[in-house]
Write a protein that binds this ligand. Structure first.
Ligand code: A2H
Length: 256
């Protein structure tokens, strides 16, 4: 970790249906009113890809907190992220982490959330074991068209649904082309995963290479082909889409 600040966008994915276990935890908690809006908060560096969200990833090995933002608004993130948020004006009292309760990532799997900008509208919460506790918020929004990690995990989950203890129907298979690149076509992640012969989410070295290539190529050579900014280079559209998400209240800036 360097000394530079990384600026993420925290995306507000509103829970529309809890998994059975999460429902018990939330409804038995006296501090969470029944009319509360609760958001899972993935941290992303690629707001321009949000049209292609297909799932929301959570780590089955991490514990998450539910934090009170107002009487009827709550955020889910790691406690580490919440400590940072407390010093960024995201919670009501400066420096205070308003933790209401904790819930394990594995208990969140199978919940359904709203995915801002996504063509899918709502998406299922699924496990991703490579999520690190030490960065972001502990949630990763899945965009299999443009993120090799997300695509590899999506493949792994559909191949081994029983192993991951999930319903295979929760894995969204519709990969929406949203960015075109001259070199790798309009679904860069699947193209690179094939090209670099990546077989599992655990092929760390090849995935790191694919991730680097996809990120650079998407940014410098990509053109949006979906949504209101279709036809615009990624470099320009990125700023506009980020700003739209902030203006609509569907996202906030989160730094670490
Ligand atoms: B990105 P950086 Cl389409 N553990 O969002 C592992 N990965 C994490 C994470 C964590 N705790 N928190 C965030 N991330 C992911 C979109 C995306 C992302 C695309 C393409 C590439 C990409 C959709 N997933 O990231 O290490 C999040 O996934 C490749 C760099 O802080 C976040 O942006 O540089 C990115 O990694 C942050 O990675």
């Amino acid at each position: 970790e360097g000394i530079l600040t990384q600026e993420y966008l925290g995306l507000k994915c509103k829970v529309v249906r809890w998994s059975e276990r999460a429902q018990e935890v939330v409804s038995s908690n006296g501090n969470i009113p029944s009319n509360a809006e609760i958001f899972m908060i993935p941290a992303t560096l690629r707001p321009e890809t949000m049209y292609g969200q297909t799932n929301l990833f959570v780590s089955p090995n991490i514990s998450y907190g539910i934090f009170k933002v107002s009487d009827t608004t709550f955020y889910l993130a790691t406690s580490r992220a919440a400590r940072n948020m407390a010093f960024q004006g995201i919670f009501p009292e400066w420096g205070i982490v308003p933790k209401v309760t904790e819930i394990s990532g594995s208990e969140l799997i199978g919940s359904v959330v709203h995915a801002p900008l996504s063509a899918r509208d709502t998406v299922y919460v699924l496990p991703m074991d490579t999520i690190k506790e030490t960065k972001g918020t502990g949630f990763v929004t899945s965009v299999p068209s443009d993120s090799p990690d997300d695509y590899a995990m999506t493949l792994g989950l559909s191949k081994k649904a029983a192993f991951y203890n999930i319903d295979p129907q929760w894995v969204c298979q519709d990969i929406l082309p949203i960015i075109d690149t001259p070199e790798y076509g309009n679904t860069i992640a699947p193209t690179l995963v094939k090209k670099l012969k990546i077989n599992s989410p655990k092929d760390e070295r090849q995935l790191a290479e694919a991730k680097e290539l996809a990120y650079k190529t998407g940014f410098y050579q990509g053109t949006l082909i979906f949504g209101p900014f279709a036809g615009m280079p990624v470099q320009e559209a990125k700023t506009l889409i980020r700003q739209n998400l902030l203006d609509s209240g569907d996202a906030f800036v989160y730094c670490e």
